[in-house]
Design a protein around this ligand. Structure first.
Ligand SMILES: Nc1ncnc2c1ncn2[C@@H]1O[C@H](COP(=O)(O)OP(=O)(O)O)[C@@H](O)[C@H]1O
Ligand SMILES: [Mg+2]
Length: 359
């Protein structure tokens, strides 16, 4: 069988640049070399593309050690210095001449997970793993995701959405509207960010304006949401027209909620696979995940996150991640593994699903 040439795209212009490098490294290490040839394609912090050369050097570099032992800033500056020193000619985006058959975007957050790269690849005629433009763009926006899945009969947290511009025009009216609708505590979050950046749990009125200022400084649209009690349950879904849902995974945050510190720094959150909820409830979450996947038009893969309360049996959809974390210790590959699809088989399935879609 001829070898399929895969462009593994990583880095990118979002705040999750460094996490993307670590995800890509795991993916590269788990692609069957007998069937696929991997060409690393790195997008720098400022949006310049590099095919192979420095891209391969970054992929082979032990960035995780710097993140563990130093800081995100140090990791970021080290990578920037590597790129500067290499002085490599940027990629001209001629995928055909480069012999690329399919792309595997391992990009998280804005510009990578939100439909923009997907649209660009569509324009270039290159098939790619994961969701297409619409589902990627839709799920990047938490407010629109909720509207869409609620229409399909799935429960979501009661919320209100407002535009940052309106908040700046009249902050008092926005704050008063929030206090009228919600009892404390509630959550304030930017509509289109990830990694818990800009999210606050607001416990009393003294914390409200700081939470609103933070969220508004990061996004044009902000969501205020009732605090939902229950376990945080995540499901990996894989497939195109006939998707399958994994076993349920559970995250027990190490702090008050699953915030940035908890996700990437403290390492105190605990993972449970399978989740500590009864079998019938797990089945309900899996069914709901598949329903949401279809309602949103997802393809390839997604990780769908819920709040589940075993006392009431409620299953509330929180958010959908179309390019979830892919490190060796990330929930998505672990859930697939626990469901019988090892990492190597997972990358193969994703690439085959991409080629089958043949965008
Ligand atoms: N409505 C809510 N009720 C309870 N906890 C919430 C709520 N919204 C967010 N959280 C907490 O904040 C974390 C991050 O929020 P989330 O909406 O998943 O954003 P992100 O895209 O940054 O992961 C969640 O994992 C959860 O711990
Ligand atoms: Mg989340």
């Amino acid at each position: 069988m001829p070898i399929t040439s895969v462009a593994l795209i990583f880095g990118g212009r979002s705040a999750e640049h460094e996490i993307s490098i670590i995800s890509a490294k795991s993916i590269a290490g788990n692609i069957d070399k007998e069937r696929y040839g991997v060409t690393p394609l790195y997008i720098s912090h400022d949006g310049t593309w590099y095919l192979d050369g420095i891209a391969r050097d970054i992929l082979n570099f032990d960035l995780a050690a710097i993140l563990r032992n130093a800081s995100l800033e140090k990791a970021s500056s080290t990578i920037k210095e590597m790129v500067r020193k290499a002085g490599q000619q940027p990629f001209d985006n001629d995928f055909r001449s480069a012999g690329i058959d399919v792309a595997f975007p391992a990009l998280h957050g804005s510009y990578g997970e939100d439909g923009r790269i997907q649209g660009f690849l569509d324009t270039c005629g290159i098939p790619y793993t994961g969701c297409g433009v619409l589902a990627s763009a839709l799920t990047m926006d938490k407010a629109l995701t909720k509207l869409c899945v609620a229409d399909a009969g799935i429960d979501v947290a009661p919320s209100i959405t407002f535009f940052t511009a309106d908040y700046h025009t009249d902050p008092q009216t926005v704050a008063a509207g929030i206090e009228e609708k919600f009892a404390y505590p509630f959550f304030v979050k930017p509509s289109s960010l990830g990694s818990s950046v800009g999210i606050s749990k607001v416990n009393h009125s003294g914390e409200l304006s700081a939470a609103l200022e933070t969220a508004c400084s990061l996004d044009t649209k902000v969501l205020v949401e009732k605090a939902i009690t229950g376990r945080e349950i995540e499901i990996a879904v894989l497939g195109n027209d006939n998707p399958v849902a994994s076993v349920c995974g559970e995250i027990e945050p190490g702090s008050d909620f699953y915030d940035y510190q908890d996700k990437y720094i403290d390492n105190k959150a605990k993972l449970f696979i399978p989740a500590r909820i009864p079998e019938e409830l797990q089945e309900k979450v899996r069914r709901t995940a598949l329903k949401a996947y279809k309602a949103l038009g997802c393809r390839g893969m997604s990780r769908i996150d819920f709040f589940v309360d075993e006392k009431t049996g409620s299953v509330v959809l929180n958010e959908v991640n179309t390019i979830p974390g892919f490190t060796d210790i990330s929930m998505f590959p672990m859930l697939m593994e626990a469901s019988g699809t090892g990492f190597r088989e997972l990358t193969d399935r994703l690439l085959q699903l991409a080629l089958e879609t043949g965008r």
